[in-house]
Design a protein around this ligand. Structure first.
Ligand SMILES: Cc1ncc(COP(=O)(O)O)c(C=O)c1O
Length: 439
């Protein structure tokens, strides 16, 4: 542990902010709480941290979308309710997008915008979690995004988790099957690429998940918040392979959640895309009648939950996203040319961390080295994650512990690259060298 040694950020200031915070362990604080502490240290010392704690987009929103929103507002869309299940032009573009970049055919009817993809999770957990009284559990393939678990808790559903670290490839089948055998699981959720580990499931693994979905009648919620951001492959050409890998190739019991927040740098407008398979959308479940006017899955999602919770997505945001998707579908705009810079930053940052004694925790997709993307995971010999979060604060580096993400690798931290400025890499290097020298 650093003990009054010379540290890049004033030792006394960091210590006093930590002591005053009242946390038993500061590394256990939530992301927002850590942000608050770091803001405070930065203010007191005048030193800038390498901010890696929050997963927020680091690029401006695309002008095409901003212009389309302005135009729609000038034309008066603000006074009119949009359709609950999405305005037709957006539904069409989502359907085209799914065909162009995932190579899956889904009619516009089954493509529904939501208030951020998280709202789609809310609506579908609510329906999928109640459509069969026997199936009251949501299974997470972890590590994962803590908000998903908060949703399950809020909805009074049960949850189970599986840390995928030791179950890559064919091993995933047995591990998942052991969780599904008792017939309690209604839904499996995972993100791909994964927040926080940046694992990208292989076709073999997606096939296993799809096969088990069919065998046990389980809905798969595939969270594509980081759509086509596995930069090892160029997934960005409309209508041309390779495509964003998906479980939709292996089961027709799926819901795809496609966030506009990260791949399209459109987080502020809170508009995401929910794509349901035709079969699931049209399926009937009599237990839904306890909650909704219809036993129909899609009806209960759109005209039950979405209506009663938000009555649709802000009209202008739908117009903005429709314009953005149209340009992307037409090949006129390439969102991944912007966001692939996250991958370049991750490659540089990972190199600096590993050169200075850190290890990448989730380091492989089966045999292949993990991709460089929005997040990566790190550990340092002799440290538990909670303690490492705290220790790094003295070195002007902020990150969060993996413990809150459902990971069993409690020695690990999640680091997000979205806010590292290009001119900060020499500073990061200096600070990591100082860390290594002191440990
Ligand atoms: C895995 C994952 N899913 C969903 C979201 C949220 O997406 P949205 O902003 O569309 O609600 C995030 C954002 O960090 C995420 O990491």
């Amino acid at each position: 542990m650093t003990d009054n040694k010379k540290t890049p950020i004033d030792y006394e200031v960091v210590k006093s902010v930590i002591d005053k915070s009242g946390f038993e362990k500061v590394g256990k604080a939530s992301i927002r709480e850590i942000k608050f502490l770091i803001d405070n240290i930065e203010k007191q010392t005048g030193d800038k941290f390498i901010r890696m704690e929050m997963g927020i987009p680091g690029f401006p929103a695309p002008q095409i979308a901003v212009d389309a929103e302005k135009k729609a507002l000038d034309e008066g869309c603000a006074s009119m309710y949009p359709d609950i299940d999405g305005i037709p032009e957006l539904k069409n573009e989502i359907s085209r997008f799914v065909k162009n970049f995932i190579d899956v055919d889904v009619a516009p009817k089954y493509c529904v915008p939501t208030v951020g993809s998280i709202h789609g999770n809310f609506a579908t957990f609510m329906v999928a979690g109640r459509m069969n009284k026997e199936k009251d559990t949501i299974l997470f393939i972890d590590p994962g995004f803590p908000v998903h678990k908060a949703l399950v808790k809020m909805l009074g559903l049960k949850m189970d988790t599986l840390d995928v670290y030791n179950y890559r490839g064919e091993k995933l089948r047995e591990a998942l099957e052991s969780k599904l055998k008792d017939g309690k699981v209604s839904t499996i959720l995972y993100s791909n690429p994964n927040n926080p580990s940046w694992i990208c499931f292989t076709e073999e693994e997606l096939k296993i998940i799809g096969e088990l979905s069919n065998k046990y009648g389980v809905v798969i919620e595939e969270d594509l918040a980081y759509f086509a951001m596995d930069f090892r492959k160029d997934l960005s050409v409309p209508g041309e392979a390779p495509f964003q890998p998906t479980v939709a190739k292996y089961t027709d019991n799926y819901i795809l959640m496609i966030s506009s927040s990260k791949a399209f740098s459109y987080a502020g407008q809170r508009v995401g895309m929910m794509v349901m398979s035709e079969k699931l959308f049209n399926s009937e479940h009599k237990d839904l009648l306890d909650y909704y006017s219809s036993a129909n899955f899609g009806h209960s999602v759109a005209y039950g939950t979405l209506y009663a919770s938000t009555a649709g997505v802000t009209h202008s945001a739908q117009k903005g996203l429709a314009a953005l998707l149209k340009a992307t579908n037409d090949g006129v705009y390439k969102p991944w040319e912007v966001v692939r810079k996250y991958g370049d930053r991750a490659a540089k940052a990972k190199k600096l961390f590993t050169e200075n004694g850190f290890s990448i925790v989730y380091d492989k997709d089966q045999e292949a080295p993990i991709a460089d993307g929005f997040y990566f995971t790190i550990s340092y010999p002799g440290f538990e994650g909670f303690d490492l979060v705290e220790e790094l604060m003295y070195y002007g580096i902020s990150a969060i512990s993996l413990a809150g993400t459902g990971s069993e690798r409690t020695e690990g931290l999640r680091a997000c690259v979205s806010f590292i400025a290009d001119n900060q890499f020499p500073i990061l290097e200096e600070r990591l060298k100082a860390f290594k020298a002191n440990h």
